[in-house]
Design a protein around this ligand. Structure first.
Ligand code: MN
Length: 350
């Protein structure tokens, strides 16, 4: 997208929102501080104008999000019984793929929504939404979708943010950058400074603790991680047997508790630049998650995964994907492709 395209899209998207009187905002899976904070702040901004706005999630709110400011303003709904026709405009925030907003039945759901109503605001590598509605996807490489919303919508409008909305945006920024560590694109510190001026409480917002289950998961996972030094790779494979163990050790919701592992293990061990998790969804599909060290010239795990049959998206250094087939096949394909790509880049450097 050129700068000119981007300007044109922004103007188009702003006009569509301005003309609408009933707007729906949809948050993305994973339900995290950025999608929720952005959705709530956009909802606040539109309500000032004044417009009717509703924020929905088609996914359950995970336990670590239950104390997020104003989280009760997000209604959890099911797509089957939800009437999308009631709204003039539907805004999807912080995700590039339909599946992240509408779930795995997204094809059927998008077939019954008027796609001319849809807008996407995002800072990830563009995915399936961009392919369908390119003229209504406003995508900028910012620290967070929260920053995109602030820089291009809130700040230009000149309105004064209330402290609780500033907290929502500040928590989004802290989460997506892992407290100013990753994805610090231009403007991120100015954004933070403006939020503090508007009343965001840094000490409170940064005081996010992990559930005990996070530590239980990490201890178990470290023991079960394969460290493959020649591929600079740590790999955690969660097949049916591993999942049974985790269910007994933690609970049926064990998937909610891998954030600490991802942060600590996947890109912070010397020599291990790539961290990968493969989870058997037990429905013929495999879920992929990856982290790459942010600094340095590293392979794109997203490109590699797409090259061997995965659907993959997210950021260069942190993303996720899906593969149809067995977990052994997913693992073999990925490791092979990474081995090849590393050999190729080593040969290039010679
Ligand atoms: Mn984000």
């Amino acid at each position: 997208m050129t700068k000119n395209d981007s300007k044109h899209i922004l103007a188009h998207v702003q006009k569509l929102m301005h003309q609408a009187d009933k707007l729906l905002i949809v948050v993305s899976d994973p339900i995290d501080p950025d999608c929720v904070g952005t959705a709530l702040a956009l909802s606040w901004l539109l309500t000032q104008q004044p417009k009717q706005v509703e924020v929905i999630s088609l996914f359950r709110i995970p336990p670590e999000m239950t104390d997020f400011p104003n989280i009760n303003d997000v209604s959890v709904v099911t797509a089957d019984s939800f009437d999308f026709d009631r709204y003039n405009i539907i805004v999807t925030v912080d995700g590039g793929d339909w599946i992240q907003f509408l779930g795995k039945d997204w094809k059927e759901i998008t077939a019954r929504i008027d796609l001319n109503k849809m807008i996407n605001l995002d800072h990830h590598i563009p995915g399936t939404i961009q392919k369908t509605i390119p003229e209504r996807c406003f995508n900028v490489k910012t620290s967070s979708t929260a920053q995109l919303l602030y820089d291009y919508f809130i700040k230009p409008s000149g309105v004064q943010l209330p402290p609780d909305t500033a907290d929502c945006l500040y928590r989004a920024l802290l989460y997506d950058t892992r407290n100013f560590k990753n994805e610090m694109h231009p403007g991120a510190y100015n954004f933070a400074a403006d939020l503090i001026t508007s009343g965001a409480d840094h000490a409170k917002d940064v005081d996010v603790n992990y559930e005990m289950q996070e530590f239980t998961f990490m201890a178990w996972a470290v023991e079960h991680t394969e460290f493959i030094p020649d591929l600079q790779l740590s790999l955690l494979v969660l097949d049916a047997g591993a999942q049974n163990e985790l269910e007994e050790k933690i609970s049926a919701d064990w998937k909610d508790f891998n954030k600490l592992y991802k942060e600590v293990v996947e890109r912070q061990i010397k020599g291990y630049n790539y961290g990968i998790i493969l989870i058997d969804n037990l429905d013929g599909t495999i879920r992929l998650g990856w982290r790459t060290r942010s600094y340095g010239d590293h392979l794109s795990i997203g490109d590699i995964a797409r090259g061997v049959g995965f659907h993959a998206g997210g950021h260069y250094n942190a993303g996720g994907g899906r593969f149809s087939g067995t977990i052994d096949e997913a693992k073999a394909r990925l490791l092979n492709a990474i081995r090849h790509a590393l050999a190729e880049s080593a040969a290039r450097l010679k």
